[in-house]
Design a binder for this molecule. Structure first.
Ligand SMILES: Nc1ncnc2c1ncn2[C@@H]1O[C@H](COP(=O)(O)OP(=O)(O)O)[C@@H](O)[C@H]1O
Ligand SMILES: [Mg+2]
Length: 146
């Protein structure tokens, strides 16, 4: 691959529960097709699904950028939305501000950010209240066997 980055970008609509999950399915499909380790692909799919769902559930709209770099996979999800006032609090297992109608659909368990943390090597969140959020995740694939 010699320093050449493979990059994709997909739009995510807030409150579009019909299409929710499609972007992370696409990411999963690309990685599977490229022959990445199945356990690695599963972890990436979980992390990107949770990031995608957070845009659907909590923001107005966003974009998922996905790049295969020489040594790692990078996913950046940026959105326009309310932002996260207290990131440390949002990171806690079970913490959710999802309203009743979202919980009724089976979302809002407050495990998204903790699961993103668990399935990534690096997770960075930058957020401005009233503007939006940028979530950056780096995931390193297992070293290929000889
Ligand atoms: N992109 C986002 N924009 C605004 N708030 C967010 C975003 N992502 C997460 N949050 C906040 O962090 C909380 C915890 O997120 P998460 O762990 O994914 O749980 P859940 O999505 O089930 O509520 C959310 O309830 C919400 O308050
Ligand atoms: Mg979530």
């Amino acid at each position: 691959m010699q320093g050449k980055a493979l990059e994709w970008a997909y739009e995510i609509e807030g409150k579009d529960f019909r299409n929710a999950g499609k972007v992370s399915s696409k990411v999963k499909e690309i990685l599977k097709e490229l022959g990445f380790d199945p356990a690695f692909v599963r972890g990436v799919a979980i992390a990107s699904y949770e990031a995608e769902m957070n845009v659907v559930c909590h923001a107005e709209k966003g974009t998922l950028h996905f790049a295969i770099l020489p040594e790692a996979l990078k996913i950046v999800v940026e959105d326009q939305g309310p932002g996260i006032p207290d990131i440390a609090l949002a990171m806690q297992e079970g913490y959710s501000t999802a309203p009743a109608e979202i919980r009724e659909m089976g979302f809002g368990a407050g495990m998204g950010l903790p699961n993103m943390k668990k399935n990534t090597d690096e997770l960075n969140i930058a957020s401005t209240v009233g503007k939006g959020t940028v979530v950056e995740m780096v995931i390193r694939p297992p070293l290929p066997r000889e």
